[in-house]
Design a protein around this ligand. Structure first.
Ligand code: B12
Length: 259
């Protein structure tokens, strides 16, 4: 049995339990609203509640930022999460690998699907300029990347990807209200099954509230969350394609990959 690693939030001093949280209450901005925010936090079990910011969000909505102390302590060693850890190659190395091993361009299709209008995340992964100094997949000479934009019906994305014999489909989901991202992702997987592409194409889900575990549960091959770099996705897709093409042993484990 692994030794416990007990951790608490760290604000000013180690283990002080101080956290910052933001939320919106459906009431007009007022002193009473501020009091309501404090009460709400106390009911969450927080103490030393300090409301740092109060802003009107709309006519009858107020947005708060609060600092407070949480009594929660967790054992870090109890957590068991699958992670995508692959042997990461740089831009030039990865292009060279595709050229040498596959000798054809890797085709990917991406979109923000369903009713979601947020394009910035999928653009960060696919567009030339990329994200955080990391080139997007359009920039890779050995990738052929199609970005269909936002509010694309799942069936349409799958149809277009299938027409081009794509290697991977990238689905972005940003809005999570009432778990719409899960509902839409399930619908995507249903469509993928109907179209017969699940298992033959790499299906990736990404977004600020997406993690690998959730994506696997929903039926995707991998999930990518906040801070994902295009090169993380490029590496993952290339290894998947190589394994499907029999150029790399199936289930090859990469440096640091969880067993
Ligand atoms: C910009 C923005 C908008 C713009 C979008 C413009 C555009 N062209 O995209 C506009 C103004 C249109 C907009 C509209 C709305 N928005 Co908005 N928006 C934002 C905002 C400020 C930034 C989002 C963003 O661009 N992030 C930057 C990108 C780079 O980050 P990312 O998406 O996480 O992407 C990274 C990773 O997640 C990952 N990734 C993402 N997708 C994928 C896909 C794959 C396959 C992979 C591998 C990786 C990957 O890689 C990216 C790079 O690392 C956020 C608040 C915030 N600060 O995050 C709210 C936010 C996302 N919006 C929100 C809401 C509610 C809305 C609206 C519903 C508001 C309304 N009532 O009308 C509408 C949406 C309507 C709709 N039908 O979708 C909420 C969502 C709340 C929730 N949890 O559901 C947020 C969080 C704001 C808030 N705090 O309330 N929005």
């Amino acid at each position: 049995m692994a030794e416990k690693q007990l951790i608490r939030a760290y604000g000013d001093r180690r283990d002080d339990g101080i956290i910052q949280l933001s939320f919106t209450l459906p009431v007009a901005t007022s002193e009473k609203a501020k009091e309501a925010a404090q009460l709400y936090c106390r009911k969450l079990g927080l103490t030393d509640v300090k409301v740092a910011a109060v802003e009107r969000a709309a006519d009858a909505y107020t947005f708060f930022v609060v600092y407070a102390r949480s009594p929660v302590i967790i054992d870090y060693n109890e957590i068991d999460t699958p992670e995508i850890v692959i042997k990461k190659l740089g831009f030039y190395e990865l292009n060279a690998l595709i050229e040498e091993k596959l000798a054809r361009r890797v085709v990917v299709f991406g979109a923000c699907t369903g009713s979601d209008t947020h394009t910035v995340g999928i653009d960060a992964i696919l567009n030339m300029k990329g994200f955080a100094g990391d080139y997007g997949l359009e920039r890779y000479p050995w990738f052929e990347a199609y970005n269909l934009g936002s509010q694309v019906p799942n069936a349409e994305l799958i149809r277009r990807a299938k027409e081009k014999g794509a290697d991977a489909i990238l689905v972005s989901q940003v809005v999570t209200q009432r778990d719409v991202h899960k509902e839409n992702s399930r619908q995507f997987i249903d469509e993928a099954k109907k179209a017969g592409v699940q298992g033959s194409m790499t299906l990736l889900l990404g977004g600020p509230r997406v993690d690998h575990k959730l994506a696997l549960e929903l039926g995707f091959d991998a999930g990518f969350g906040p801070g994902t770099r295009p090169s993380d996705v490029a590496n993952f897709v290339v290894h998947q394609v190589m394994q499907r093409a029999g150029k790399e042993a199936k289930g090859t484990h990469f440096e640091g990959e969880p067993g």
